[in-house]
Design a protein around this ligand. Structure first.
Ligand code: SF4
Length: 369
């Protein structure tokens, strides 16, 4: 009988929702953005939290709001400065979009829009982030459906379908809507319901471990009552293996300076500086790759010397090994063929530029050698 619940919306009582919110009030983790009602700060925190763990986000959040305390300060700052403050946090499109959206907000009068619908018109704000900001900062009754909330609802309703399927996502979303309406009827704040579910997913109903005996939803949770292992939900199709690329990069030296190049503003690591180079092609040696990349990107010739670093790094959908070589510039003037900018920089000044993580490891090797 209980299995039938998994294919219908799970109604939830006001008492259960009150229990959930009061569990949150007593158990929530301290986070700097939880002590503010400032929509700007809530927005910055939600963007930082999109791809990054809470513990990692905290220092970046503190640094970001200290450097750019309000939307005007962020809009006025040069993008290079924003990227430098963001450096190391990854997923740099988030920083570029924050900056772009700040300019949009200032052009609209300086205040963040209050509805999720209007918030979605800003750069970098999708359905999840708009719902989080609108409910937490402005009390709009719109439900958040991030990975944590999806997992909690999938387990409470014992959803057996693949989470990647559209119909499953729609079912979970419909349940979240029912819960939000029930919360509003019970005079609970929409932001509190969303934050409670997100916190429950992050700290109790975790991907590989469910602490069911501590859970405020244990009495209504169907997975807990019917399954031996609740962590098998939500179900996901088996992932393909992650591709790996070897990247050849050059530390090109001339007159005591090192050549760095800027990536195009759109796309992966957009607007960041790096040591020039690119993906090794099949059948090519790393040295050949470096010489070819210097010709194709910058129209220069280099003599490839010793390898000084080999750095592994994982992105969301692929992994790289960055092989870095000392190189001597032996011909050609730098032309911006496939880069946005290029500079010859003194080694002591390299840290003034925002670099991706793998290049920063190379930078550490360079400055410590
Ligand atoms: S009872 Fe267990 S499985 Fe169900 S929501 Fe709570 S922690 Fe998750």
């Amino acid at each position: 009988m209980l299995r039938a619940v998994s294919h219908s919306l799970l109604n939830i009582s006001a008492a259960t929702l009150r229990g959930l919110v009061s569990w949150f009030e007593s158990n929530k983790r301290e986070m700097p953005w939880r002590n503010t009602r400032d929509p700007y700060r809530i927005w910055v925190s939600e963007i930082l939290l999109q791809q990054t763990q809470v513990a990692t986000v905290e220092p970046y959040y503190n640094r970001f709001v200290k450097t750019f305390p309000n939307v005007e300060a962020l809009a006025k700052a040069p993008l290079d400065k924003v990227l430098k403050v963001w450096e190391g946090c990854g997923y740099y499109a988030r920083a570029r979009n924050l900056h772009k959206a700040a300019k949009q907000i200032v052009a609209m009068g300086g205040k963040l829009p209050q509805s999720s619908h209007e918030l979605r018109k800003l750069a970098g704000i999708g359905p999840y982030t708009s719902a989080a900001i609108a409910s937490i900062a402005f009390g709009e009754a719109v439900q958040v459906l991030d990975g944590n909330v999806e997992r909690v609802i999938a387990r409470v309703t014992c959803e057996e379908g693949f989470i990647t399927e559209k119909s499953v996502h729609s079912k979970l979303k419909a349940t979240a809507e029912v819960w939000m309406q029930a919360a509003v009827k019970a005079e609970l704040s929409p932001g509190a319901l969303n934050e409670s579910l997100m916190e429950l997913g992050a700290t109790v109903c975790k991907p590989r471990e469910a602490l069911c005996s501590d859970c405020p939803l244990k009495k209504v949770c169907v997975a807990r009552k019917t399954r031996d292992d609740v962590t098998e939900l939500p179900r996901k199709p088996v992932m393909q293996t992650t591709p790996h690329y070897d990247i050849g990069a050059a530390i090109v030296r001339k007159n005591g300076r090192i050549l760095i190049t800027k990536r195009p503003e759109k796309g992966l690591l957009g607007g960041l500086w790096e040591f020039p180079g690119g993906k090794k092609e099949r059948g090519e040696t790393l040295e050949e790759c470096v010489r070819r990349e210097m010709r194709e990107e910058l129209d220069i010739q280099v003599e490839v010397g010793t390898q000084i670093a080999s750095v592994k790094h994982a992105y969301t959908h692929f992994k790289i090994t960055l092989h870095c070589f000392e190189c001597k510039h032996v011909g050609g003037e730098v032309k911006l063929l496939h880069v946005t900018d290029a500079k010859w920089v003194r080694p002591s000044e390299l840290r003034n530029y925002a670099f991706p993580k793998a290049d920063r490891v190379v930078l550490d090797i360079l400055t410590n050698s």
